[in-house]
Design a protein around this ligand. Sequence first.
Ligand SMILES: [Zn+2]
Length: 102
Amino acid sequence: MPTYEYECTKCNHRFERFQSMKDEHVKRCPECRCKVQRLIGTGAGIIFKGSGFYQTDYRSKDYHEAAKKDTSAASAPAASDAKSAATTEGKKEATAAKKSTA
Ligand SMILES: [Zn+2]
């Protein structure tokens, strides 16, 4: 399905719509109900930056939470790095041994 990109002629709000050829094109801005014009020749998803700040904000909240978790988890066992590396190696060897016997 082709992606059509629209830009509001009044508030410059940009948004994308997935539509089939026979679907009616969007004529009104979802933000201010003014006329929109279709932007031509854009690939899918490339100009996603401009398509709604609220979406990006919403997502980044989750992203920050995940990032926080990631950093704390990653920095905590830093002291026992050599130890954990050794266990990983041991596990690998065990799996390899299992595989070769089976
Ligand atoms: Zn608008």
